[in-house]
Design a protein around this ligand. Structure first.
Ligand SMILES: Cc1ncc(COP(=O)(O)O)c(C=O)c1O
Length: 421
């Protein structure tokens, strides 16, 4: 494994564990070593702080707290009410939202659950969910056929424009007017560009749909004012807490408080509709992360995340690699390593996404294979890879480091000797 061209300057290496179960302890140490030794370019991963991890492993995990603050199904929840309320207050403050205008539910165990709860609360089973297709960058929980969200509800999927590889809002609008979905999901797992949330509001209004923004990927950038906020336009906003937001694994649902009572419907749909008791230790960890994100240091971090991703995109582009949509405005980029791959001196290459992922991993660079717009291959062996900057920016990397990472990626992927037709 090639290492030595970077020094991780921020990580949880100081977090010594003393557990008696030597087998589990060893596996934790093994994973810690793996995480420290690689360059992590998975855009949905990050390193949450030692403080958040401490909250996650705290006595809060011993408590059952079905229900919501001051309305629980178990006794002994005085302290739990305080921590859940604190997390809610911090979440609203971080995104500049007024109490009484927005409500936030901090109980979802994960992002997929959060989206499912929104559909369950607002869309009758059999109704229509409109979201982006997987190959264009949508998430499974946005109505894809393999997910419950595409089985219990009818999916209406839109794609990015085949030429610009970006959203064509006019086409999305036409489809929405034709299909009349109950809810439109604006939010993506592999879309590198800024989304025009105002246009999505207009589209939702044109067909009478709710507008759900799933900001899971970009929540940290929004919190750090490095990406436009969806809150002025959305009815509901869901987010995971562990991606750019840099908290522990969990999710939140923000909903507008008005006569439609979206907040009450969604709360009921999540519990008792979908989940059992909340994972209170997760909520405590999220509360810690929300305070950390509400700081000038985090704002600097969010801006650096975008600068680093843009440097990575530009550096790879300079070397001849095709970057989907021509670049990025956020923390992630998609590289077409197959048809847009750099040819070697014999004119052969590029390399499919699955192979590119494996080649990079062998050299200590972790990323994931990804479908690209106009995908000509299969989701299991697609044409590209997805790269992101949040995790390595947490470790202190700047533009110069990302130029070096791009050089390394280029060398590794161009080293392919396999003959292709
Ligand atoms: C946009 C988006 N929404 C939802 C999810 C699901 O989150 P989780 O894995 O926590 O269920 C993801 C995960 O990658 C995502 O990218």
């Amino acid at each position: 494994m090639s290492r030595g061209f970077y020094t991780p300057i921020r990580f949880q290496e100081v977090y010594t564990i003393y557990m008696k179960d030597s087998i589990v302890r060893k596996l934790i140490e093994e994973e810690k070593k793996r995480q420290k030794s690689v360059i992590n370019l998975i855009p949905s991963e990050n390193y949450c702080s030692k403080d958040a991890l401490e909250a996650l492993g705290s006595v809060f995990d011993n408590k059952y707290a079905e229900g919501y603050p001051k309305a629980r199904y178990y006794g002994g929840n005085q302290v739990i009410d305080k921590i859940e309320t604190l997390a809610q207050e911090r979440a609203l403050k971080l995104f500049g939202l007024k109490k009484g205008v927005w409500h936030v539910n901090v109980q979802p165990w994960s992002g997929a659950n959060a989206n499912l709860a929104v559909y369950l609360g607002l869309v009758p089973v059999g109704g229509k969910i409109m979201g982006m297709s997987l190959t264009s960058g949508g998430h499974l929980s946005h109505g894809q056929k393999v997910s419950i969200t595409g089985k219990a509800w009818q999916p209406v999927l839109f794609s990015v424009d085949g030429v610009t590889e970006t959203l064509d809002y006019e086409k999305v609008k036409q489809l929405a007017i034709q299909e009349k979905p109950n809810i439109i999901v604006a939010g993506f797992t592999a879309y590198p560009r800024v989304v025009d949330f105002k246009k999505f509001r207009e589209i939702a209004d044109a067909c009478g749909a709710y507008l759900l923004v799933d900001m899971s990927h970009i929540a940290g950038l929004i919190a750090g004012r490095a990406y436009p906020s969806p809150f002025p336009y959305a009815d509901v906003v869901t987010t995971t807490t562990h991606k750019t937001l840099r908290g522990p694994r969990a999710a939140m649902i923000f909903s507008r408080i008005d006569e439609r009572e979206l907040n009450k419907k969604i709360d009921k749909a999540l519990f008792p509709g979908l989940q059992g008791g909340p994972h209170v230790s997760q909520i405590a960890g999220v509360a810690v992360a929300l305070k950390e994100a509400d700081s000038p240091v985090f704002k600097k971090y969010a801006k650096q995340v975008v600068k680093n991703a843009q440097t990575l995109a530009k550096s790879l582009q300079k070397k001849g690699w095709k970057i989907i949509s021509g670049g990025t405005d956020s923390h992630l980029l998609l590289v077409d390593t197959w048809m847009g791959g750099v040819k070697n001196e014999n004119g052969v290459g590029g390399v499919p996404g699955k192979e590119a992922e494996a080649m990079l991993e062998k050299e200590g660079i972790i990323c994931n294979k990804n479908t690209i717009p106009n995908e000509s291959r299969s989701p299991f062996d697609p044409s590209g890879i997805r790269l992101g900057s949040p995790a390595e920016t947490t470790r202190g990397k700047k533009e110069k480091d990302f130029e070096k990472i791009a050089e390394r990626i280029d060398v590794i992927l161009r080293g392919v000797k396999i003959k292709r037709k």
